[in-house]
Design a protein around this ligand. Structure first.
Ligand code: GLV
Length: 316
């Protein structure tokens, strides 16, 4: 079997070692993620599968006859946005493979941080003031998950034991135990109105780009907190900043940005109500992902169906 691997993530050696272990009889051809080198590169004949993260267009363009492209992450927006993605080749995303656990840790921490008002206590400490606060009414502290796919469902399950009123919004209705379900644009405002903390876990598509603009963010309760662990472009940055500065929103915990790394001059960096992490909420874990991909390739080779195939009409 012939595989090609190309990743812009900077940990290619670990991937190649794991691929060599998982596919002992296969030839794995590593391609450069640098556009100039990709333009010069000669691909071997007869590639069966491509494993890619943010590949250059010149490489993608040559993959019209592979059996499937495996996207080395959950979000397929970069691949989907490329004009060079060959039509008709199935694209398969990573499903969980250790991401649910990481995402749940991150989001539960962010929600509890808000509910227990730890920023206010940090401020009291800086001022040297002993200032206990009244417990917030949990029944009024709704947590909303925008996007209840694999990761959103796992986050909901991780939040459930804490007893917050949970809601979930998705394009089409999803039934998740313990979560009030909202679906479609017509129910978006009613969903947002319930979110004391809004957790963004939507994929970035034509439909969701800029979904959280001033109008939508203004539907959140006054003082609401926004957690974005999906893609930066779901949010209109200037609208978020304006609503924070007006005191309409309470704060934001942001792991993802329009441009990454977040440019040094971006106002998010030094905003007192914004916490930033560098796109670390849920990393693609190499061993777990290679095991998942190997399992799927074995099924494809046996003519069996697999999960995680991207619906290009809907998700791109
Ligand atoms: C990370 O952002 C991913 O899409 O897996």
């Amino acid at each position: 079997m012939n595989l090609i691997f190309c990743s812009a993530a900077g940990n290619s050696a670990a991937w190649l070692a794991a691929l060599a272990r998982a596919f002992p009889g296969a030839s794995v051809h590593a391609c450069s993620h640098l556009p100039d080198e990709a333009a010069q590169a000669q691909l071997p004949q007869g590639i069966d599968y491509a494993l890619l993260w943010k590949p250059p267009a010149d490489l993608l363009r040559q993959l019209g006859s592979v059996k499937a492209i495996f996207n080395l992450g959950a979000g397929i927006d970069t691949l989907a946005a490329s004009q060079a993605l060959p039509a008709g080749v199935p694209v398969v995303r990573i499903e969980d493979a250790g991401m649910s656990e990481q995402m749940s840790e991150y989001v539960v921490h962010a929600v509890l941080h808000q509910y227990r008002e730890l920023d206010a206590y940090a401020e009291s400490q800086r001022a040297g003031v002993w200032c206990p606060r009244a417990r917030q009414d949990k029944r009024q502290f709704g947590v909303g998950i925008l996007g209840v796919g694999v990761l959103g469902g796992a986050v909901a399950a991780a939040l459930r034991p804490f007893g917050f009123p949970l809601s979930g919004w998705s394009r089409t209705r999803k039934i998740v135990p313990g979560v009030d379900s909202y679906a479609g644009r017509v129910e978006l405002d009613a969903f947002l109105a319930r979110c004391r903390v809004l957790v963004c876990l939507l994929p970035l598509t034509r439909e969701t780009r800029g979904l959280l603009d001033r109008r939508a963010l203004s539907q959140l309760p006054i003082g609401a907190h926004v957690v974005n662990v999906a893609r930066g472009a779901l949010i209109v940055d200037d609208d978020l900043l304006a609503l924070l500065d007006q005191g309409r929103l309470g704060g934001a915990t942001l792991d993802v940005f329009h441009d990454e790394p977040l440019p040094a001059a971006h106002p998010f960096w030094h905003h007192s109500r914004i916490s930033i992490t560098p796109h670390v909420s849920a990393a693609t874990l190499v061993e777990e992902s290679v095991a998942q991909i190997a399992g799927k390739i074995a099924r494809l080779e046996a003519g069996l169906p697999i999960t995680g195939i991207v619906d290009r009409e809907r998700d791109c």
